[in-house]
Design a protein around this ligand. Structure first.
Ligand code: AHM
Ligand code: MG
Length: 335
């Protein structure tokens, strides 16, 4: 039998999603197909990125400014459209909402049957694109509630506990997809030669404590005093290491596997920080909690925050339980 040993796993993403459900229900097949389309978007973006600097329209800006007031990179625009196209023909998703679109995008022909909404950040860490460093995509899956006839998507303004699933794709030295459907956290690596995401590790648990801290210390003097106190405390600890890549997905991926803490706190004039709840903080919070970690704004669990609009921002403090607890003791001492 040895001569037939292939030395690799053949568990694919869609097969794995099905295996998450005890029975082959309609929900199981829908979510398997849905994750398959997210994987397809990831593969398409990864292929495009691999030609950066050779093919046209990979690097640089489009000249537009998005709803967040940020310059739109060509890759932001491209990746946003890849997700839209991947779901237009899926029959699964009625609405998509992203960092790059002011309002949700409706696919009317899917709406009678496709009761899911996909929330996503097409390119996380946009400033890394032009310098060939790691970037990501973040996604969350929610069920549509009610009819949404007005097109306001008000049912999305609920807490992160309403997420059916969440995850990210990391475009790093390899492309990885990490997801949860509320039954643990599982990671897949893209084998570009066969075009499949193959299981890398399932039921990942984050270390209870770690030595990595990840925060943009360039903002030190814009922070509130309690955050400064906490970072000063970290500086006095033995063995803590700073790692900040400019892409949340990459920094959190490291912390998922090695433990530690990521922070994007509020600052002077930006009390809620930079990161958006519905398609950045909440999906990562669900994933990290599923792995046994914690995510908070400093005073409230991220998963309990109810946004008042689609693009609501919140401070984010996320990672290993022990590290986050120490941070909280500085930020919300009464808790
Ligand atoms: P983006 O989605 O527009 O790229 O913004 C999100 C990114 C995060 O990935 C990263 O942690 C943060 O913004 C970096 O911002 P800053 O340069 O302010 O530290
Ligand atoms: Mg982002």
């Amino acid at each position: 039998a040895e001569e037939f040993a292939l030395g690799r796993d053949f568990m694919t993403l869609s097969q794995h999603v099905l295996s998450q459900f005890g029975t082959f229900s309609g929900e199981a097949f829908d979510l398997s197909a849905l994750m398959g389309r997210i994987g397809l978007a990831g593969k398409t973006i990864a292929r495009h990125l691999s030609l950066a600097g050779i093919a046209e329209n990979v690097l640089g800006v489009t000249g537009e400014v998005n709803v967040q007031g940020e310059a739109v990179k060509k890759m932001d625009h491209y990746a946003n459209r890849v997700f839209l196209r991947a779901f237009e023909q899926s029959g699964l998703v009625c609405r998509l909402a992203s960092e790059e679109m002011e309002k949700p995008y409706y696919i009317p022909e899917n709406c009678p049957v496709g009761r899911y909404t996909l929330l996503y950040d097409p390119i996380d860490g946009s400033s890394n694109i032009d310098v060939n460093l790691a970037i990501g995509s973040i996604f969350a899956i929610r069920q549509q509630e009610g009819n949404d006839e007005s097109g306001d998507a008000l049912d999305l303004l609920q807490s992160g506990r309403k997420q059916v699933g969440a995850g990210y794709i990391l475009f790093g030295t390899s492309t990885m997809l990490v997801y949860t459907l509320g039954k643990g956290v599982h990671a897949f690596t893209l084998d570009p030669s066969i075009g499949e995401f193959i299981l890398f590790q399932e039921n990942i648990t984050i270390p209870q404590e770690g030595s990595i801290y990840s925060v943009n210390e360039g903002n030190f003097w814009q922070w509130e005093e309690p955050i400064r106190e906490y970072i000063r405390y970290i500086h006095l600890q033995k063995g803590m290491s700073a790692r900040y890549s400019g892409a949340l997905v990459a920094d959190i991926h490291r912390i998922l596997f090695q433990g530690g803490i990521f922070l994007y706190p509020g600052a002077l004039g930006h009390p809620d920080g930079k990161l958006r709840l519905l398609y950045e903080s909440a999906p990562l919070a669900l994933l990290i909690e599923q792995a046994g970690g914690r995510a908070t704004t400093g005073s409230e669990e991220i998963l309990d925050v109810i946004p008042d609009r689609l693009h609501t921002r919140t401070p984010l403090i996320i990672g290993s339980v022990a590290n986050v607890k120490v941070a909280e003791s500085f930020l919300a001492p009464s808790k």
